[in-house]
Design a protein around this ligand. Structure first.
Ligand code: TRP
Length: 324
């Protein structure tokens, strides 16, 4: 089976955008590929964060992934910093990465603007560590969203440069583009759903049914008068209903909208219910996992062991190639 690798930063609770943009797809890929999923804590250090929250966030991310359907028996799930070969390889890859390429990275530019007080070397080198994550496991395909295409192109370039200089070593990984519905903020549907906008803007996967209902109730729609046009807020609710609701319910509301007789309160009620139901099992599983942090750490330790087996073997070969 072809090999998949992907990573996610431990930044606290997941929201619907994260789920639909990555995790849902990761779960589905488990049946067709050998999957390795990594909680990238070294990457999370490149922007301001609270050290005393890090462990909590890592466990939370692990619980999120497992509760959502990542099966630690089927896939390898582990924490990046527990496999030191990632940073070892990143250093070696640094020596073949052109500075000019790193300077082009739009994520670096965006984050530099976002955190002008903390434009650090780690942020600049972030894509090289990401390349190391991927190349260390002879990855064939990397499921990511559009925003990571540039990093994947760089990863391919680094693999090529390394192979040219030191001999055939790395597979050039392909992007497996995750087609994601555009899930927008509930309060400001011109922006992507994101945690940084504040809790009213997103639905966390762990939100209780009352909270989900309340957030949806307060979501922006329109006056309902101009039925020919679908406003961004309404479009967003339709997008969510299409994903989480039953087909006939979705059809009913879109038809009503076209006819100019939709009642948004009804749509919202149905949508809130549909989202709550969809994640009912998730909420229960996550709570169970977090109630037993030792068990969770144990699962991650098993993942680390499996990841290291591959990493240690490959790094030996790589060091050989570079003359170390
Ligand atoms: N940069 C990715 C993101 O922000 C996270 C990531 C780190 C990653 N290492 C990776 C994704 C390796 C895919 C493969 O989403």
């Amino acid at each position: 089976m072809a090999k998949i690798f992907s990573g996610i930063q431990p930044t606290g609770q997941l929201h619907l955008g994260n789920y639909l943009g990555a995790i849902k797809n990761w779960v589905e890929l488990q049946d067709t590929y050998d999957c390795i999923y990594c909680i990238v804590d070294y990457h999370a250090m490149t922007i301001p964060y609270q050290p005393d929250q890090m462990q909590k966030n890592i466990l939370e991310a692990a619980a999120d992934l497992i509760a959502a359907g990542i099966d630690p028996q089927k896939s390898i799930l582990f924490i990046q910093s527990h496999v030191p070969e990632h940073t070892e390889l990143a250093w070696m890859l640094n020596t073949v990465t052109p500075l000019s390429e790193l300077k082009r990275m739009t994520q670096f530019k965006d984050k530099s603007k976002q955190f002008p007080e903390n434009v650090n070397m780690g942020l600049f080198d972030y894509p090289v560590l990401q390349a190391a994550d991927i190349l260390l496991y002879s990855t064939d395909k990397v499921p990511v969203g559009e925003d990571q295409i540039q990093h994947l192109e760089l990863t391919r370039l680094i693999a090529r440069k390394f192979n040219q200089k030191f001999g055939e070593t790395f597979v050039e990984p392909e992007v497996l583009l995750t087609k994601t519905p555009r899930v927008m903020s509930l309060k400001d549907p011109s922006k992507k759903m994101s945690k940084s906008l504040g809790p009213a803007h997103y639905i966390a996967l762990t939100d209780k049914p009352e909270i989900i209902q309340d957030k949806i109730k307060k979501a922006v729609t329109d006056t309902g008068e101009n039925s020919a046009e679908v406003s961004p807020g309404v479009q967003n609710l339709f997008t969510l209903l299409e994903i989480f609701g039953r087909a006939e319910v979705y059809k009913k509301f879109t038809a009503e909208h076209q006819a100019g007789k939709i009642k948004y309160a009804e749509l919202k009620e149905e949508l809130g219910q549909a989202i709550s139901d969809y994640f009912a099992d998730f909420r229960e599983q996550k709570q169970k996992l977090l109630a037993n942090p030792e068990g969770l750490r144990d699962l991650l330790a098993q993942g680390t062991k499996k990841a290291r087996e591959i990493a240690v073997k490959n790094i030996k070969d790589i060091k050989n190639k570079v003359g170390l």
